[in-house]
Design a binder for this molecule. Sequence first.
Ligand code: GAR
Length: 191
Amino acid sequence: MEKRIILFASGNGSNVENIDQYFQQYPEISLLGVFTNNPNAGVINRAKRLNLPIKVFDKTAFTNGDLLHQIKSLNPDLLILAGFLWKIGADWIRVFPNKIINIHPALLPKYGGKGMYGEHVHRAVKENKEKETGITIHFVNEAYDEGAIIFQEKVKLQAQDQVEDIAAKVHQLEYKFFPKIVHTLLKKEIK
Ligand code: GAR
């Protein structure tokens, strides 16, 4: 059965590319487009290269209902936050209950919340001399990084791992598991 996904990203977009690649083998899953709040994001050129529709939006459209209306009219089964940094408003969660998922580059509830994204997370993990880190895929609710957890996976860290080594280990987990978890959710009846 056909399923439709939309991606949101604020940065480089390597997860966007990985998800796009994964679903090439599943023509029943359509990637309707990529939406970004950041006019300088690397994901823009990446999406163009991949021939994915890309749309840049601003804070006004994000908060006044315009973008929500536009996305709703595309009738997606799942909205996927792949490195998206703005907080999702309560109106979005009402319109898409349990249909918005996020990936976080740490083992929530540790290292979550406002300001905890990308490198900031990995730096905090390093400073705290954590022996492991990982990824969390979760439903989005009104509170940053607090929605129900769908999936977590850990990776061991070595004392000599630098922030960029930690980031690389986490990205490997993201590439391996994020598309598969999205696919599993799409195969279930999402109401
Ligand atoms: C990913 O590591 C993702 O987990 C993280 O941003 C990175 C985006 O990388 N998301 C957050 O920190 C959300 N709080 P990418 O642009 O290369 O896919």
